[in-house]
Design a protein around this ligand. Structure first.
Ligand code: GLU
Length: 419
């Protein structure tokens, strides 16, 4: 039995996945060296004034991991756990995520170490504007294009866009994606990550001969990804037996009424006190009897501790990095299929790409057009990853990394390395 849990950096864990695929691709040592280092890491102080008048200082980050295929792309996270290590790992994953769905972007990520739930709208606006102002020289439609992530919203993107535009003395909607519709957001962007998770999960279920009707689904996290995944699966006839948010888990073997749970969470700002299921711990949630498990919260949720007890047949990673490499190994050995984060949750950045395209063209698409194009991108690249997995006899995660690394390396080799 394993008793000690290895404490490794998030970026360290992320590199472990990369190395496995890189070995199978016979990647040259020089290219490996280059791809396991971020291009640029920026750390800065964000002075901001509380509503009380008190002056505080937060730390802001932006990591631009790789530019081979285009401008850096990735969200901004507002969370107390944000560190340079975490932001670097997230920027690293964005590089492979954009490549696995063949978008003309590199990878980036940003963050502010703060707890947005304790901040007023005014405080959030001031932090965001200062954060954006600090990055004016290094972001831009052809440099680095941020978007929402954990703890950030379309409104925060609107403040970012406005601040950047003010500094540039011109209207620049394509500097950031995930904006509200009123200022150049894309129809379907809010639902896109959850929609993408559902699309690839349903495709994989079909491969495994699982019909949606009656399939038991557990969703960890009830934010923008988890709540949408829950309602999309419920629409297809699945039974959502478990949900959770920061306040804990809720289990109902007969199926949770997702519409009611979303309405409850909207009204009460969390699921706390929700009565449509038995209250359970977050740990118990991940080990519930079910067919499909969707971790859609934060990193390192599936570990050596709980991986041996996971009961799902299929896991779709709605979150970034929810499975540690050791846990992944256990899940593979147990025959549990994992659709990796870089593929499963790529729907969000795919519609971010559509938003960037629409902003630059100044011409906006119907929601049905956005959703159709999203489905095309997800299905096509899901099939490619599946083919590599079959051909090379590797798990979907390794196959997804192989496809993504190969695309990035092709771009790097074609451009040549400026060394
Ligand atoms: N934060 C999201 C992700 O992790 C979206 C990034 C984007 O749209 O640029 O994929």
């Amino acid at each position: 039995m394993i008793t000690a849990v290895r404490e490794v950096s998030v970026f360290g864990d992320a590199i472990a996945y990369f190395n496995e695929a890189a070995a199978l691709l016979d990647l040259e040592p020089g290219m490996r060296r280059l791809l396991t280092r971020p291009s640029r890491q920026i750390i800065f102080s964000i002075p901001f004034q509380r509503d009380s008048g008190e002056l505080e200082v937060f730390t802001g980050y932006r990591v631009q991991y790789n530019f081979a295929r285009g401008p850096a792309k990735g969200g901004i996270r507002y969370h107390p756990g944000v560190t340079l290590d975490e932001v670097t790992a997230l920027a690293f994953w964005m590089t492979w995520k954009c490549a696995v769905v063949d978008l003309p972007f590199g990878g980036g990520k940003g963050g502010v170490t703060c707890d947005p739930t304790t901040l007023s709208m005014g405080e959030l606006e001031r932090i965001t504007r200062r954060y954006a102002a600090e990055l004016v020289e290094v972001v831009g439609p052809d440099k680095d294009v941020p978007a929402p992530d954990v703890g950030t919203t379309p409104q925060i993107m609107a403040w970012f866009m406005d601040t950047y535009s003010m500094h540039m003395r011109q209207h620049v909607p394509s500097v950031v994606t995930g904006k509200p519709l009123a200022i150049g957001g894309s129809r379907g962007r809010v639902e896109a990550t959850g929609r993408g998770v559902s699309l690839v999960t349903l495709a994989q279920m079909e491969r495994m001969g699982m019909s949606p009707r009656g399939t038991r689904v557990v969703v960890q996290g009830f934010g923008n990804v988890g709540s949408i995944v829950g309602s999309m699966f419920a629409e297809r006839g699945c039974s959502i037996v478990g949900i959770s948010d920061v306040t804990g888990g809720y289990y109902n073997s007969k199926g949770i009424d997702i519409g009611a749970a979303i309405a409850y969470a909207q009204e009460h700002h969390s699921l706390d006190g929700y009565r449509g299921g038995d209250r359970i711990t977050n740990d118990a949630l991940l080990e519930l009897p079910c067919d499909v498990l969707v971790p859609a919260a934060l990193e390192k949720q599936l570990t050596v501790r709980n991986a041996p007890r996971v009961q799902a047949k299929l896991i779709a990673e709605g979150a970034n990095g929810p499975t540690t490499p050791e846990a992944d190994h256990i899940l593979n050995q147990r025959g549990i299929v994992v659709i990796p984060d870089i593929l499963a949750n790529a729907g969000g950045v795919t519609v971010s790409y559509f938003e960037w395209v629409q902003d630059r063209a100044g011409y906006f698409w119907r929601e049905s057009e956005v959703n159709e194009r999203l489905a095309d991108v997800m299905h096509e690249n899901f099939a490619r990853v599946g083919d590599i997995a079959t051909m090379r006899n590797v798990p979907l995660r390794t196959a997804a990394y192989m496809l993504a690394i190969d695309r990035v390396v092709q771009s790097m080799n074609t451009r040549g390395v400026y060394a």
